[in-house]
Design a protein around this ligand. Structure first.
Ligand SMILES: *[C@@H]1O[C@H](CO)[C@@H](O)[C@H](O)[C@H]1NC(C)=O
Ligand SMILES: *[C@@H]1O[C@H](CO)[C@@H](O)[C@H](O)[C@H]1NC(C)=O
Ligand SMILES: *[C@@H]1O[C@H](CO)[C@@H](O)[C@H](O)[C@H]1NC(C)=O
Ligand SMILES: *[C@@H]1O[C@H](CO)[C@@H](O)[C@H](O)[C@H]1NC(C)=O
Ligand SMILES: *[C@@H]1O[C@H](CO)[C@@H](O)[C@H](O)[C@H]1NC(C)=O
Ligand SMILES: *[C@@H]1O[C@H](CO)[C@@H](O)[C@H](O)[C@H]1NC(C)=O
Ligand SMILES: *[C@@H]1O[C@H](CO)[C@@H](O)[C@H](O)[C@H]1NC(C)=O
Ligand SMILES: *[C@@H]1O[C@H](CO)[C@@H](O)[C@H](O)[C@H]1NC(C)=O
Ligand SMILES: *[C@@H]1O[C@H](CO)[C@@H](O)[C@H](O)[C@H]1NC(C)=O
Ligand SMILES: *[C@@H]1O[C@H](CO)[C@@H](O)[C@H](O)[C@H]1NC(C)=O
Length: 644
């Protein structure tokens, strides 16, 4: 007996937990949602719920999978509830926009037997208006259908069991300041937010709508006295319904929250998925004009026009895939870049790197100076990941990291758009004999500090670790004040993504590649630190990492070590400095360079420690002068190291 009771208690408790867990939900985007979809409804890769697309005579439903127990079974009262959602209706031809969709409470998950077109995927010709439906809908309707007594072609209505609204009003929202309702076009293609609140004690159903930029208006658009007790059954499902008819539209829901016996959580508007841009949809008026032109204008002229357009199109042709439409923030059109660079002429060529040619340009509208890197790339595979990475890398913002502004794509080619660096790359100053100026010690120190700070940001201060994987003087760019900025980070990933993950692919530049990287193929922050060490030695010595001395291949790091051991460390400094430098500083930088390019990864400092060495907040560890060798090229030195 006692056992039975306690079992009952446990069941009751579990039920209680289940109820509290499921009588509220919030979706900011539907990527990880528990929705039941049918018809043509689908969730796009970036988390939009698309109820209908432009396929004619279809319907789409999306219901929250878990049933709601909206009724108190003891006294038959319906609980208060509150829900809000963000939606947009995009038309194939914005000029004749139209569309319909509704928030629905229904006894079934999905609406079996429902018909599209004027029945909106809710009812059919036999059950429309029958009180045994137990369906409550809040409709957003842009079609004036006299069959169901619609008030106009842009209204919000409350429908109970049928399509003849019990209450409706032209779409509008209350503006407190002027004390009036302001009209709102449901087909404006703007994002709009809707709140539906039912209060059981008052038996009032309120519906409020506003553009997304406006917070919830103080007065609802509809405030309807309605007793839902006879409509709502013990178990109900909540969802959305839409259908496509003669007018081709996409109905999107971006976010949705619901709560029983309380206020639905506010949606996080900043984290909602983005809508596809309008650009790819057609304009009806231009279509009509185009068609009538075709009839009226002489065939010859039309042919000329077509030929011209084809030529122009071919000139600006770019590759644009469905998934790129979802996220176009960082996408430039090829035409825009073509114009910005005046068509990529030789005279605007800034340089030719390992990955491609870089051109100078100026964006036509904002007049921002840009550098455009054209990378030939045939692999379709991995492009999506790469572009995803571009999107995320363009959120990196640091004064010592070259800002990536966006990208564009053509067949076999990717174009990356960066902020323009007026003084070009550092290697020109170090190695180009034609350069009129040489870098002073203080300029070099400033550049090293800048690069340290930029790499520290990539490694530790951003939300995720970003490996540069190709640090070297030619990838450090200089702004107008000769500040060093890291460029080209993560570019090597382009080649990674396309390749077989089973085959390790060492990327980087010979001379800067850490010894363990050639063995494991795994890039880490520590392999970046190694390349950084080689880089700072390069800046102090004014020499490339792989040097020739007495007709022998010698690595810069070994050469500096040798001088360090022989006590003639200052001999390695760039002759062009003419001895004009701060002795203590040069020694510190050389020591940091040697520590960073240590062959044993564990012996290298982190970028944070390097920053602290530079700031003088952390004293440099002793770098042993005698005995201990270090090497990249010759194995006998490596053995010396292992002994100690
Ligand atoms: C609409 O969606 C359905 C189902 O996902 C698909 O079969 C159809 O091709 C789509 N139509 C258009 C015009 O995209
Ligand atoms: C869209 O861009 C953002 C960064 O702006 C990124 O976080 C997100 O993953 C991208 N979504 C897709 C589907 O590429
Ligand atoms: C259901 O109704 C009964 C009778 O009015 C009341 O005692 C009870 O508290 C209600 N339950 C809930 C969960 O509101
Ligand atoms: C209308 O829908 C009901 C189910 O809601 C179904 O039983 C009926 O057969 C449908 N009628 C028609 C004409 O499709
Ligand atoms: C409403 O539907 C029920 C069950 O489907 C049916 O028995 C009844 O005749 C319908 N009422 C009307 C007025 O069509
Ligand atoms: C708002 O729309 C309604 C219905 O379409 C119309 O009657 C009314 O004049 C409009 N009000 C304004 C201020 O445009
Ligand atoms: C509905 O609106 C009326 C009028 O503004 C208001 O008095 C009432 O509190 C509202 N009810 C709910 C549940 O929001
Ligand atoms: C609401 O409807 C239910 C069932 O039809 C009825 O029992 C109840 O008295 C009604 N409540 C009010 C306030 O009219
Ligand atoms: C760097 O660029 C600025 C602005 O373009 C220019 O004034 C300056 O002379 C350049 N510095 C060097 C060392 O070339
Ligand atoms: C490093 O030292 C400087 C002064 O020498 C001080 O301003 C700075 O806050 C210190 N930074 C850290 C991280 O301790």
């Amino acid at each position: 007996m006692e056992r039975k009771l306690s079992l009952l208690l446990v069941i009751c408790l579990l039920k209680g937990i289940a109820a509290t867990k499921y009588d509220e939900f919030t979706y900011n985007g539907f990527q990880r949602s528990e929705l039941y979809l049918d018809g043509i409804a689908e969730i796009t890769p970036n988390g939009l719920l698309r109820l209908t697309n432009t396929t004619n005579d279809q319907q789409g439903h999306a219901f929250h999978k878990v049933p709601l127990h909206l009724k108190n079974t003891t006294d038959g009262n319906v609980y208060s509830f509150s829900t809000c959602f963000v939606f947009a209706i995009l038309a194939e031809y914005p000029d004749v926009g139209g569309g319909w969709f509704a928030l629905v409470l229904s006894p079934t998950r999905g609406l079996p037997g429902a018909m599209p077109k004027q029945y909106f995927g809710l009812f059919n010709s036999t059950n429309e208006g029958n009180s045994s439906n137990h369906v409550l809908a809040i409709e957003l309707d842009t079609i004036s259908n006299l069959e169901f007594g619609d008030i106009d072609s842009n209204h919000v209505g409350i429908d109970v069991n049928g399509l003849r609204s019990t209450d409706a009003a032209p779409a509008s929202y209350f503006v407190e300041k002027i004390g009036k309702f302001k009209n709102l076009s449901l087909t404006s293609e703007e994002l709009m937010q809707v709140w539906v609140d039912y209060s059981n004690p008052e038996k009032k159903l309120n519906v409020t709508i506003s553009p997304i930029s406006v917070p919830k208006p103080s007065r609802p658009l509809l405030s309807s006295s309605i007793n839902l007790s006879s409509v709502i059954l013990d178990t109900m499902y909540i969802g959305f319904s839409s259908s496509s008819g003669a007018i081709l539209t996409f109905a999107y829901v971006l976010g949705w929250s619901f709560k029983m016996n309380g206020q639905a959580a506010a949606l996080d508007l900043s984290s909602l998925p983005s809508l596809p841009l309008k650009k790819h949809r057609r304009k009806l008026t231009s279509l009509i004009i185009w068609l009538s032109l075709g009839v009226v204008v002489l065939i010859a002229i039309t042919a000329c026009g077509i030929a011209y357009i084809i030529r122009k199109k071919a000139r600006y042709a770019e590759v644009l895939e469905e998934w790129e439409l979802e996220n176009r923030t960082h996408r430039f059109s090829y035409k825009e870049l073509f114009k910005a660079t005046e068509g990529f002429p030789e005279k605007n060529l800034l340089g030719v790197g390992g990955f491609g040619r870089v051109y100078k340009g100026k964006l036509p509208t904002s007049k921002t100076e840009i550098a455009v890197k054209r990378i030939s790339h045939d692999s379709k595979q991995g492009m999506r990941e790469f572009v995803g990475e571009i999107a995320s890398n363009s959120q990196l913002r640091h004064r010592n990291v070259v800002q990536l502004l966006g990208y564009s794509r053509r067949k076999g080619e990717v174009l990356l758009v960066y902020e323009f660096m007026p003084n070009g790359s550092l290697d020109k100053f170090l190695y180009d004999a034609n350069m009129p100026t040489t870098l002073s010690w203080s300029q070099r120190l400033k550049i090293i500090r800048g690069v340290t700070s930029g790499l520290l940001y990539l490694h530790e201060d951003w939300e995720q670790i970003v490996l540069h994987r190709d640090i070297k003087a030619s990838n450090v760019l200089l702004d107008s004040e000769m500040n060093g900025k890291l460029g080209d980070f993560g570019l090597s990933r382009l080649y990674d993504h396309g390749s077989d993950p089973q085959i390790t692919n060492v990327v980087g530049t010979f001379g800067y590649i850490a010894p363990e990287l050639t063995k494991t193929g795994r890039a880490t922050t520590s392999t970046d630190v190694f390349a950084f060490g080689v880089f700072i030695l390069e800046v102090v010595c004014g020499r490339r990492p792989l040097m020739q001395q007495e007709s022998l291949d010698l690595h810069l790091v070994d050469w500096v070590w040798r001088s360090w051991r022989n006590g003639v460390i200052l001999e390695v400094t760039d002759a062009r400095l003419g001895g004009d430098y701060h002795l203590g500083e040069v020694e510190m930088i050389l020591k940091i360079g040697l520590l960073c390019s240590h062959p044993v990864p564990g012996a290298r400092p982190t970028m944070r420690q390097v920053m602290q060495f530079l700031d003088g907040n952390l004293s440099l560890p002793q770098v042993p002068r005698g005995g201990r060798g270090i090497t990249i090229s010759s194995p006998e030195h490596a053995e010396e190291l292992e002994e100690s």
